[in-house]
Design a protein around this ligand. Structure first.
Ligand code: UDP
Length: 366
């Protein structure tokens, strides 16, 4: 008889939800995390009364009512709507690409005029079937927007030219012929009031959590504790990188407290030119309509991941897809271990998809 039914490796969103549901079903669960805190990459830390998104801005949005009802049982969400501003060498544009953007870019006033402009740029570029991100972007919004708002940002973000990136990345962004600066086409959107850390703490209420506990370093002892393991760390690290490391993009934040109430007037400003070294500046207070006398900003620098860095974005291109498939085949052989979450499944997951995936695992497992 082992002490626990499940050892959950990683106290992020996926692990916390699985643990919560398992305990609800009467299972004995231990959650561990190598960090000194719960919440994984949605961890928020209070500075000057402001919840700072330590591992990058997270804005919850979903079209799935079940997911929304599920997550809001743990905390109330505010009415934050993401509408980033793009700064291209001092010219400001509305995001996502919508009538405000088209009007500023071309002076067009009606949706028909905007559509005609995009169509003529698409035709001039001669793209019929987009094969990569550059072609996909031009065919969606034309060359001008591609050059000013997409090309530089994307190359900084991914460290690769747009011609070498898969087109699905850009399809995350809506294109609208309406005056609507809401970044997401989602029925439900908001930020958990009190921060994401509080949300995860609520999900993990009354569940045994061991922090500063690195699974891969204490594997032999930890494996003895539970019948099954839910592993939400990086899948390649689990297998000792035996086929080589999967590539990630990492992000570095330079966070600063400023002695003024308002630095940029918006939570997110993207710097879309190629020269500015950072991709965006986050002003955290505006996620929660903060009125504190000071403000906290983070400049976000994108970098290639190397061993020892925090992995953020999986690079879901062909080469890494093939490598992942090899690790996935090994993972399928590990009958006692379930791999889940963004790192365990090597997927560019939004938070709502993580919740869907965790709940679907719960249905199967529990
Ligand atoms: N993107 C862009 N310009 C922008 C914002 C986004 O070209 O101002 C592209 C870029 O390729 C990025 C993708 O759209 O990787 C997805 O952006 P999203 O904001 O969804 O990325 P995340 O918030 O997950 O970093």
């Amino acid at each position: 008889m082992k002490k626990y039914d499940y050892l959950v490796v990683g106290a992020g969103l996926f692990g916390a939800i699985f643990a919560h549901e398992a305990v609800k079903k009467g299972k004995k669960v231990l959650v561990i995390d190598k960090r000194p805190n719960v919440a994984g990459n949605i961890y928020t830390e209070e500075i000057e009364g402001i919840n700072v998104h330590k591992y990058g801005a997270h804005i919850f949005h979903t079209n799935n009512k079940e997911v929304w009802n599920y997550i809001t049982q743990f905390t109330e969400f505010n009415r934050y709507t993401n509408s980033p501003v793009a700064n291209y060498n001092g010219e400001l544009y509305s995001l996502p690409f919508n009538m405000y953007t088209f009007n500023k870019m071309w002076g067009v006033v009606t949706p028909e005029q905007a559509e005609a402009k995009i169509k003529s740029q698409r035709e001039a570029a001669g793209i019929t079937e987009p094969k990569n991100l550059e072609e996909q972007a031009i065919s969606l919004v034309g060359t001008d927007i591609y050059e000013k708002l997409i090309k530089g940002y994307t190359q900084k973000q991914w460290g690769r030219p747009c011609t070498e990136l898969p087109s699905f990345i850009i399809k995350r962004l809506p294109v609208r012929l309406t005056f609507d600066n809401n970044y997401f086409n989602a029925l439900y959107q908001g930020i958990p009031m009190g921060g994401y850390t509080k949300l995860i703490e609520n999900i993990l209420e009354n569940i045994e959590v061991r922090l500063n506990c690195d699974y891969l370093e204490n594997r032999d002892e930890l494996d003895k504790l539970a019948d099954k393991i839910v592993y939400t760390g990086a899948i390649d690290a689990y297998f000792g990188f035996k086929y080589g490391a999967l590539e990630y993009r990492s992000v570095r934040f330079e966070t600063e407290v400023l002695d003024k109430p308002n630095f940029q007037g918006n939570a997110v400003v993207n710097y879309t030119d190629a020269e500015t070294p950072f991709t965006r500046i986050i002003e955290h207070k505006f996620f929660e309509f903060g009125t504190q006398p000071k403000t906290v900003i983070s400049r976000e620098y994108s970098s290639e991941w190397k061993l020892g860095d925090e992995p953020y974005y999986p690079v879901n291109d062909e080469k890494n897809g093939e490598l992942y498939a090899k690790y996935k085949a090994l993972a399928d052989e590990e009958k006692q271990v379930i791999f889940g979450g963004r790192l365990g499944e090597y997927k560019y997951y939004d938070m709502d998809k993580v919740i869907e995936s965790a709940l679907s695992l719960c249905k199967k497992q529990l």
